[in-house]
Design a protein. Structure first.
Length: 209
C-alpha cells in the first residue's frame, strides 16, 4: 500500500459543479417533502447528495469543496454561512478530500476494550494514517466516536457499510480486498446474525424461523 499524505486543494476545485439531471430531479423530490417556506430544511440531504456526486463526477471519495457548498446554498436560497455551519457541524460531511474508501474506525470505550487497537494497527500496516489520503487515492483513515454497533465491537464504517466483530486479520483482509477492487462482505466478520449470539441462538431455539 502506498504511503499516505495530506492533500492540497485548489480553492477553485468544484467551481463547475452542477446537479446531474438525475440528481436535480431527486433534489426537487427532496425539497417537495417540506411545506412552503420550509424548503431550506432540505439542506442536509442535499449536501449529502452533493458530496456523493463529487465522488462520481471528479473521482476519489465523497467530500464538499467550498464551491459545491456555495452551489447548494444558492440552490436553496440560503446565505453561504448558514450552509457552512451545517457542513462543518456534522461529521457526515467531509470538508477535505478523502480516499475512495473512507475508513472510519470507532475508538470509543466498548470498541477499545474489544480490540480497536488491533484494527488501527492493521490500518497502519496497510499504509493508512489518520486524516491522510493514501497516495493511490484509495483510502482515508479517520478515528470516530461511537457508531452505534457496540454489541459487535470492534467495528469500522467504510463508506456506507459497517464491518463488525473485527480482528487484526479480518481488518487487513477487508482492506486488501478493497485494494483489489473487490467488495468484502459487510456486517459481522464472525459466525453471528446481526447482533445475535456468536454461533447462533442458545435459548428458545424452537422459536427461530
Amino acid at each position: 500500500m502506498a504511503d499516505a499524505a495530506p492533500v492540497k486543494v485548489d480553492p477553485n476545485f468544484g467551481r463547475d459543479f452542477k446537479w446531474t439531471p438525475e440528481n436535480e430531479a431527486f433534489a426537487k423530490v427532496v425539497i417537495a417533502r417540506y411545506p412552503e417556506g420550509r424548503q431550506q430544511s432540505a439542506v442536509m440531504r442535499l449536501l449529502d447528495l452533493a458530496q456523493r456526486q463529487v465522488a462520481q463526477q471528479y473521482g476519489g471519495g465523497a467530500w464538499l469543496p467550498v464551491p459545491v457548498i456555495e452551489y447548494v446554498a444558492d440552490y436553496l436560497g440560503m446565505p453561504y454561512i448558514r450552509v457552512y455551519e451545517v457542513a462543518s457541524f456534522y461529521t457526515m460531511y467531509n470538508l477535505n478530500p478523502v480516499g475512495r474508501h473512507h475508513v472510519q474506525v470507532c475508538g470509543t470505550t466498548p470498541c477499545w476494550l474489544r480490540g480497536s487497537d488491533d484494527v488501527f494497527r492493521a490500518c497502519k500496516d496497510m499504509g493508512l494514517e489518520k486524516g491522510k489520503v493514501t497516495n493511490d487515492g484509495l483510502f482515508t483513515l479517520t478515528e470516530v466516536e461511537c457508531l452505534g454497533a457496540c454489541v459487535n465491537a470492534p467495528m469500522m464504517q467504510i463508506n456506507d457499510e459497517y464491518y463488525e466483530d473485527l480482528s487484526y486479520d479480518t481488518t487487513k483482509a477487508i482492506l486488501e480486498a478493497l485494494a483489489r477492487g473487490e467488495t468484502p462482505k459487510p456486517g459481522p466478520q464472525v459466525d453471528r446474525q446481526f447482533s445475535a449470539p456468536i454461533g447462533g441462538p442458545t435459548t428458545l431455539k424452537d422459536k427461530v424461523a
